[in-house]
Design a protein around this ligand. Structure first.
Ligand SMILES: [Fe+2]
Length: 291
């Protein structure tokens, strides 16, 4: 199973698509009506879609897997009495089929099998490969973790004072839940080929008038390097690389395992975080409820 994509809706989606396919480094992957799809250099048909809407929101966070893996999630969702839509085909790049379900606080998740994966492109220092994680603000972090374990079959990797990280393959986390007073998309992380590409991305964003909101730095849990930006279309987007690969015997970290010395919020001790600006952006994309 892998994190495949996020589906956003927002005003002036065409402007967002131009930024994502321009400075951010993605590639155009087609349109359906007023929705544009953007891909990276990896084998996913797309990583992010931007559809025109009156207000900003998240239509879904999408995970992809084999037919068997998707069917197993559907089975567990049914057994747990979770609100979900029936198996269907989605008219989108990759011609996926799967289903939507609703998390404990109304989060919309899709689980799909991709029937038309695209060929990988050569790594490019200026282009993301794929998504590595989505972080979701939640008012009841423990309920979200239990749900992801029980229904999705994900495994808890680490827990800090404010975040819980879960994985669905060997990458340390594909989703994390952050303690908050509302449910929203905290940020989406795009995997770059290496640390150099993350640093080049910081410069490219600065050239384009998009300054860092946090970074560069190296996280504790997951050990990945990071650079966070407030997207011109709102919300927080991240370039990341070098996330840890873990095995089944990875010990689940506790908050006391992940504390920083005074004045530090990452391993390098270089990064300053513009908390006020980040927090506004982390609250901008709330989830659309399923009908
Ligand atoms: Fe992140």
């Amino acid at each position: 199973m892998r994190l495949r994509s996020v589906e956003l809706e927002l005003p002036q989606a065409d402007v967002a698509a131009r930024f994502l396919a321009g400075a951010w480094g993605l590639l155009e992957a087609g349109k359906r009506g007023n929705t544009a799809f953007l891909r990276g250099t990896g084998d996913h048909a797309y990583l992010i879609s931007v559809g025109e809407a009156v207000t900003a929101g998240v239509a879904s966070v999408t995970f992809s897997g084999s037919n068997e893996e998707i069917a197993a999630v559907a089975q567990r969702a049914k057994a747990a009495g979770v609100v979900h839509q029936p198996m269907q085909s989605f008219d989108e790049p990759g011609r996926s089929h799967g289903f939507l379900l609703q998390g404990p606080e109304g989060q919309a998740y899709r689980f799909i099998a991709e029937t038309e994966p695209v060929a990988r492109l050569p790594d490019n220092q200026n282009r993301p490969v794929q998504l590595t994680h989505a972080v979701i603000n939640s008012t009841d972090r423990e309920a979200c973790v239990r749900f992801a374990e029980k229904v999705f079959g994900f495994k808890l990797s680490d827990r800090t004072g404010t975040m819980s990280f879960l994985r669905c393959n060997r990458q340390h986390h594909a989703v994390a839940y952050a303690k908050a007073d509302l449910c929203s998309l905290n940020h989406v992380a795009f995997e770059m080929p290496n640390l150099e590409a993350v640093m080049l991305g910081i410069g490219r964003m600065r050239d384009n008038g998009v300054p860092l909101v946090w970074g560069p730095g190296r996280h504790g849990p997951g050990n990945n390097v990071f650079a966070y930006f407030v997207a011109p279309f709102g919300g927080v987007i991240e370039y990341t690389s070098e996330v840890n690969l873990v095995d089944d015997d990875y010990p689940v970290g506790k908050p006391e395992d992940w504390t920083w010395p005074p004045g530090r919020i990452d391993q390098w001790g270089l990064s300053l975080k513009d908390m006020a600006r980040a927090e506004v952006a982390e609250r901008q994309y709330k989830f659309r409820l399923l009908n």
